[in-house]
Design a protein around this ligand. Structure first.
Ligand code: BGC
Length: 728
């Protein structure tokens, strides 16, 4: 053991922090430690050797990331030959083909002076060809393993085609559903965003980043982007230091701990400091505190836009501000081409430049690009939209649909029932939401196609969008089109649009029972239809297998198990309301004269087709020390059919040095409970999970009394309560 410690110390100059942490954590496993150490040392030596040979212009080239198109490929190739480009961002207009990848790679590797491979980065957000639901929907599964599996599926299609880096996961906390990009986020909660983000990173990167079916994660948008003022995309944010540390940053730290290869700096300003110029976040926290050793990429033009923010006078100033703050690679704009002059003027040091280049090369080594720079064209095409992938996204999508209402247990629909399918989205293929990847909407199974193809025995399923249909039950397909949400597509009023409300009212007038299926990218306000609907299913934009996944849930092949990760409000004017609001001095005043302060459906809520009863919540002890833990258990009895249940654990710090959230999710488990079974579900709650940043912005666990709840949603009526004390 001693020898190993010495060995580690001797390498500490060349091995980045993250790997030292990793090595120390693995001390008990001697062989693995030595092996990883040698590998990393070799890489660092190779990087140093390469850096020693590079001209300043070649170094700067590694930090520039243009967008290649087929029609500009000649000038692009010239620049690659001169070593002036290190990577590309690929957009929909660019051919995302392994042939094109190999063509550019060949120039970089075989025709440039040093033969440094380039990489492709692109937005693989929820699938590449075979699409699964948007991240907000994925998080609603509360199933880390499912999210990891989906990300691995995306990588298995995208990486062989040429995606080395994906601009995902988005771990922005979003508490304002007017913001068009909420569908890309894991919602309003810190723990959900942290666990979903980490699971996504693991899924993309696998255990070997250099494998042909894995890709590097670029975690975005560092940081606070989801707090855009008024829900207006790219607007500034006003976030206190404590809120930044307690709410907006933990999901990024969790992604760093999961081994994320890169981060993307955001567009927004945080209380006056644009994220792409934020040294505190990109250098002091990300590198120095969390030990991250990969690169930070700008968002599209976010370096040149520092001029629009009014914090720099010109492109040269933008470059020195960004790189000195810790931003390594510039996407699209080319302010970094001033770096050679900035070095001469002493405004950027060679060390800063070398460090940025080192981070890029490090990830290129980990991606295996130096050893194996080309794509296997045949294998790439063979990996696309296999039957297996379609089956997988069907299962995945069905696990993300949230059942909000099921009056009289109308769902699941029974054999022999007569169904009229209606609503503007009955035949839509527009079910990929924002970021369609390279998916083609022609592959989508529409709601109607799925409901017809999978109908149960004796069931009649007819199209009531044009013809009069005589049926008992209407399934009304409505929601939001993909153009209604996404980047820059914000809404001041998030209420379901009038034409969809009318579709529900018309169905109510004609049919005995009304099942409303909402395909949306945000928690639309459902108040105008809630009384007319017997059942409401939030289906999100489910992806390629939309209609099949929908029928699996409506017909009961899949018992729904998803729960909201964002509050569904009663009125747009309630924004922002989220379950972890802080207590005020006079809560009785915290409502509107026309609407109360509660959401229509709370965070963590979602029904299934079973009958579950929670009982006998218990704790192993009523107290724990500041470094201790307790075990919290509850019994759940299932009187209905087999189901999955998401069991949630919340706490509240009753008296603390600063006001604390009313409730905070501290853990959750998704468990399978068989019909008739009583399942005991236990959590180990550690005192360290109760930490927050105090008046001095130190992360502390304060002694005192805490509320503790376990149950099926964040609403008090769904929770069992106990309390415990943290002792000095
Ligand atoms: C978005 C990023 C995206 C990038 C590249 C930007 O406009 O904010 O999320 O990764 O474009 O497509």
């Amino acid at each position: 053991m001693k020898r190993k410690k010495l060995f580690l110390l001797s390498l500490s100059l060349t091995i980045p922090f993250a790997h030292l942490n990793y090595l120390q954590a693995r001390e008990s496993d001697n062989s693995a430690v030595i092996e990883v150490t040698k590998e990393e040392t070799k890489t660092e030596e190779k990087i140093n050797a390469l850096l020693a040979k590079m001209t300043i212009e070649e170094k700067v080239g590694q930090l520039l990331q243009p967008i290649p198109f087929k029609d500009n490929s000649e000038p692009i190739k010239e620049a690659l030959r001169r070593g002036e480009i290190g990577s590309f961002t690929i957009v929909k207009k660019t051919p995302m083909e392994p042939e094109f990848y190999n063509e550019l790679q060949k120039v970089a590797v075989e025709e440039s002076r040093l033969g440094i491979p380039m990489f492709f980065g692109l937005d693989v957000i929820h699938g590449f060809n075979t699409m699964y639901p948007n991240p907000l929907a994925m998080a609603s599964s509360w199933d880390d393993a499912l999210v990891e599996r989906a990300a691995a599926l995306a990588a298995s299609e995208a990486a062989p085609m040429g995606a080395d880096v994906t601009y995902s996961p988005n771990v922005d906390i979003c508490r304002d559903p007017r913001w068009g990009r909420i569908a890309e986020t894991p919602g309003e909660d810190v723990l959900i965003a942290s666990r979903m983000g980490a699971a996504t990173v693991r899924g993309y990167q696998g255990s070997d980043l250099s494998a042909p079916n894995t890709m590097a994660a670029c975690v975005k948008h560092l940081v606070g982007y989801g707090a855009a003022m008024g829900g207006r995309d790219k607007q500034f944010t006003e976030i206190s230091d404590r809120t930044l540390l307690d709410v907006y940053l933990p999901s990024f730290e969790a992604a760093a701990n999961a081994g994320a290869s890169s981060f993307m700096a955001a567009f927004n300003d945080i209380s006056g400091v644009p994220a792409s110029a934020n040294r505190y976040v990109m250098t002091e926290l990300l590198r120095e505190k969390w030990g991250f050793d990969g690169f930070v990429l700008s968002d599209w033009d976010s370096v040149i836009e520092l001029m629009n923010h009014g914090v720099v006078a010109g492109t040269k100033d933008a470059a020195s501000t960004a790189i000195n703050a810790g931003l390594d690679v510039e996407m699209n704009s080319t302010c970094f081409s001033h770096i050679p002059e900035l070095i001469k003027e002493g405004k950027v040091s060679m060390d800063v430049l070398d460090e940025a280049v080192r981070r890029v090369l490090r990830i290129k080594y980990r991606l295996g690009l130096f050893d194996n720079p080309y794509r296997d064209v045949k294998a790439a095409y063979a990996a696309q939209m296999t039957d297996e992938n379609r089956q997988a996204v069907r299962e995945i999508a069905s696990q993300t649909m949230v059942l909000l209402k099921n009056e009289g247990r109308i769902l699941p629909l029974a054999e022999n029932s007569s169904i009229a399918v209606t609503g503007q989205m009955t035949h839509t293929k527009d079910l990929y939401g924002h970021w369609k990847g390279y998916g083609d909407m022609k592959d989508v199974v529409t709601p109607f196609e799925g409901l017809v193809a999978n109908k149960l025995k004796g069931m009649s399923v007819e199209d009531a969008t044009i013809n009069e249909v005589n049926a008992d039950i209407a399934v009304v397909c409505i929601g939001e089109e993909s153009k209604d949400f996404g980047e820059s597509d914000n809404m001041a009023d998030i209420t379901l649009q009038p034409q969809y409300i009318k579709a529900v009212k018309d169905a109510k007038a004609k049919y005995k029972k009304v099942v409303v299926v909402v395909f949306c990218g945000r928690p639309v306000v459902l108040t105008p239809i809630v009384d007319d609907a017997d059942a409401i299913l939030i289906a999100w934009h489910p992806g390629t297998e939309a209609g099949n996944a929908l029928s699996d849930v409506l017909y009961g092949k899949v018992n729904p198990s998803a729960k909201t990760v964002v509050s569904f409000l009663k009125h747009s004017g309630q924004v922002p309301i989220f379950y972890s609001d802080r207590l005020s001095g006079r809560p009785r005043n915290n409502f509107y004269n026309d609407v109360d302060a509660n959401p229509l459906y709370p965070f963590g809520f979602g029904l299934n087709y079973s009958y579950l009863t929670y009982s006998k919540m218990r704790v192993s002890s009523n107290s724990m020390s500041k470094d201790g833990s307790i075990t919290v258990s509850v019994n759940i009895h299932n009187q209905g059919m087999d189901c999955y249940e998401v069991v949630q654990l919340y706490t509240h710090d009753i008296v603390a040095s600063v006001t604390r959230p009313l409730k905070e999710l501290k853990d959750y488990k998704k468990v399978f409970i068989k019909k008739g079974e009583t399942k005991v579900v236990s959590f180990e709650l550690k005192a360290s999970q109760l930490a927050f940043h105090n008046l001095k912005l130190e992360k502390v666990v304060e002694p005192g009394e805490f509320d503790l709840w376990v149950g099926s949603s964040s609403a008090n009526e769904d929770l069992q309560h106990k309390s415990f004390v943290v002792t000095e």
